[in-house]
Design a protein around this ligand. Structure first.
Ligand SMILES: [Fe+2]
Ligand SMILES: [Fe+2]
Length: 301
């Protein structure tokens, strides 16, 4: 049997290893995303990619069976989701997931140091990380346009939730590191489960489906790097805490997205999150991403 190339994302690490890994991630990150555009919350290479997608648009052959069902339910579910067609159900689910991300990063962007004010390498990493997340929202937006949904808006959460998200960046790193890592892990689990049903849900729209997958893959390459990077903030205690948080955090998050249980097996998502060791990631994506040294089988210590 071929030797496994990677180890569990929950593998142990020393503080010396983690220091080195931050340096290695930072080198990767600059090459991967290019120059940061602070004012636009964007990065040069991410912008190039988005330009490519926008200049070479792919649109579904047919609009959704009833686009009004999408528009009435995408921000907040109003109708019975069991009556939706699967395309609409998946697209409203993706929007709700992406919206949470967008609200979280919008609060964090104003709270953390800009690139010019970043002294530590971890500050710089976090700034680029957030800019990458903003680029994902633009890629999600292009997904909706692929299905002829041109009127999608990014709607802020209500005042209470906004305040909750708004306090996150002020919580000390030591406490926030574990849930921040689990959130990234949840992201990649969700995207993998979305990817797995694209062929079925969009069976009669092969070109649009391929474009959705291309857009999703662009996001996933970053997200696979993010889980390693956020993992690198965790020592022995943090990694134990993170493991315990997987189930409750996944449950809480997907409870808030009612469509999710009609599309996905949430318990399987939890299992996949806990078992994550890069083995389920396609080789084409692995080539472009970053993995901490202690999750690689050739670790040299
Ligand atoms: Fe993300
Ligand atoms: Fe991320």
């Amino acid at each position: 049997m071929a030797k496994k190339k990677y180890h569990s994302i929950f593998s142990p690490s020393t503080s010396k290893e983690r220091r080195k890994n931050f340096e290695s991630y930072w080198a990767f990150s600059q090459d991967h995303s290019g120059e940061i555009y602070e004012l636009d919350k964007d990065l040069s290479k991410k912008r190039q990619k988005l330009n490519y997608f926008q200049e070479n648009p792919v649109r579904s052959k047919k609009p959704l069976p009833d686009p009004e069902v999408f528009y009435r339910n995408y921000v907040e579910l109003k109708d019975d989701p069991t009556q939706f067609d699967r395309k609409t159900l998946l697209l409203t689910c993706i929007y709700k997931f992406a919206r949470h991300e967008w609200v979280g990063i919008s609060g964090a962007w104003d709270a953390i140091p800009s690139m010019a004010d970043s002294k530590k390498v971890t500050d710089k990493i976090s700034r680029v990380h957030l800019a990458e997340e903003f680029s994902h929202v633009r890629l999600f937006h292009e997904m909706f346009r692929t299905f002829q949904l041109d009127k999608v808006q990014w709607v802020p959460l209500g005042p209470v939730m906004k305040r909750v998200y708004g306090t996150f960046p002020y919580v000390p790193e030591m406490i926030m590191s574990a849930p921040a890592f689990v959130t990234e892990l949840m992201g990649i689990t969700f995207y993998q489960h979305v990817d797995a049903i694209l062929d079925d849900v969009f069976a009669d729209e092969p070109a649009a489906r391929d474009r959705i997958r291309e857009l999703l893959n662009e996001i996933m390459v970053d997200e696979i790097a993010h889980i390693g990077q956020r993992r690198n903030f965790l020592g022995t205690v943090g990694i134990k805490a993170a493991k315990k948080m997987v189930k409750p955090l996944y449950k809480m998050f997907f409870n808030d997205i009612p469509e999710s249980k009609h599309l996905f097996d949430i318990n399987q998502m939890i299992k996949d999150g806990l078992a994550f060791d890069y083995s389920t990631v396609p080789a084409a994506l692995m080539k472009r991403t970053w993995v901490p040294s202690y999750c690689q089988s050739n670790r040299n210590n």
